[in-house]
Design a binder for this molecule. Structure first.
Ligand code: FES
Ligand SMILES: [Fe+2]
Length: 354
């Protein structure tokens, strides 16, 4: 068993970007469940079904659509959008038990959220918002990288940005990031962790200098808001030193960037890293868009490579190795605690207790 954090079942997870779900079948595995997605012709809604044919388990995502029905690519078992099998070859009677599971899906803020656990508990109102992703006045670049690492390692990575200084040095990291202490606030009940790092007078990383055109030193704020288990928001503001928001809260000379991640556990030891960078400045400057797309991809790949390496390394070690945590890990440790609780809440009742 690779290094792995248990999955919280009764939770919403981002399975895809809205733009990825269309008339081509899309296969994704979320907390161990193989899923197939498509967009129904009938009403444009995203559909999520179990991705294994009941006949011989051929992946439906490698099959084809006939209208809003999936026709298994192996022997033709045909499923409607509820997962009911409506046709089998060579006989009139379709076995009553022939159906694949269908899953609640909600599209919101350009994200496709899916619920794998008990459907009776799936409440769309509990899905955290990220309005900037398709809000007016914002431009977003995005991508998704599958990582062969436990999702807990990606949570650790994102909740402790001191690594920017080392892993992303020369891009978004400067010495001050690691040097500046953080404040951490944990809302245990809501499962939200807030971690802030405010640098009042700091070097401007070349990445930000090039994208914003700021010359000289900056104030730089990183305010993380992690909605366990899946959604991670990083509110970033940079501005020339001394420039403060107007009393009414407007901030014409500050640069606000919303960095969003969806951390979606796939199988054990595998995670989907959905990354998005939204800005409300220079929105019609295509060069800035392309710069941010390319450079963020580079930075994300630095994390991907590091986590692939870390997972492989942990996999070769005896279990029960010790870690040593310090102040920068406060947020990550709180996340582990909250994830542990969410896992317990979604645990299947033991056999016989049902
Ligand atoms: S495996 Fe799907 S029809 Fe045979
Ligand atoms: Fe990183």
């Amino acid at each position: 068993m690779p290094h792995s954090t248990a999955f919280a079942r009764n939770q919403w997870y981002v399975a895809a970007y809205s733009e990825e779900v269309g008339r081509e079948l899309l296969g994704r595995t979320v907390i161990g469940e193989p899923l197939v997605f498509y967009r129904a012709e009938e009403d444009g809604a995203a559909v999520a079904l179990h991705d294994r044919c009941v006949h011989r388990r051929f992946p439906l995502s490698a099959s084809g659509l006939d209208g809003d029905r999936i026709v298994c690519g192996y022997h033709g078992f045909t499923y409607d959008r509820t997962g009911a099998c409506v046709y089998v070859p060579g006989q009139k009677r379709v076995p009553r038990t022939a159906r694949v599971a269908s899953y609640p899906v909600v599209e919101q803020d350009s994200l496709v959220w899916v619920w794998i656990g008990d459907p009776a508990l799936a409440d769309p109102r509990t899905i955290p918002r990220a309005r900037h992703l398709d809000g007016p006045g914002w431009v977003t670049v995005r991508g998704m990288e599958p990582i062969d690492a436990d999702y807990g390692l990606l949570v650790d990575n994102l909740l402790d940005l001191s690594h920017e200084t080392y892993l992303h040095g020369g891009h978004i990291g400067t010495p001050e990031v690691a040097e500046t202490p953080i404040t951490t606030e944990v809302d245990e009940g809501a499962g939200i962790i807030r971690i802030s790092r405010h640098m009042d007078d700091t070097e401007c990383p070349s990445f930000h200098a090039r994208s914003t055109g700021i010359e000289g030193r900056i104030t730089r704020r990183q305010d993380i808001e992690y909605h366990a288990p899946c959604l991670y928001l990083l509110h970033s503001r940079i501005a020339p030193v001394g420039v403060v928001p107007e009393p009414d809260g407007s901030d014409p000379h500050g640069f606000h960037t919303e960095i969003t991640y969806a951390i979606t556990p796939s199988a054990y030891g595998k995670v989907y890293d959905f990354w998005m960078v939204s800005r409300d400045w220079a929105t019609d400057d295509g060069e800035v868009t392309e710069f941010l797309r390319g450079n963020n991809h580079t930075v994300v790949m630095q994390d991907v490579d590091a986590l692939n390496l870390l997972q492989r390394t942990l996999g070769t070690e005896r279990t029960g190795h010790q870690e040593l945590s310090i102040n920068i890990d406060t947020g990550g440790l709180a996340a582990r605690r909250i994830l542990g609780r969410l896992v317990e809440e979604g645990a299947e009742p033991a056999e016989g207790v049902r």
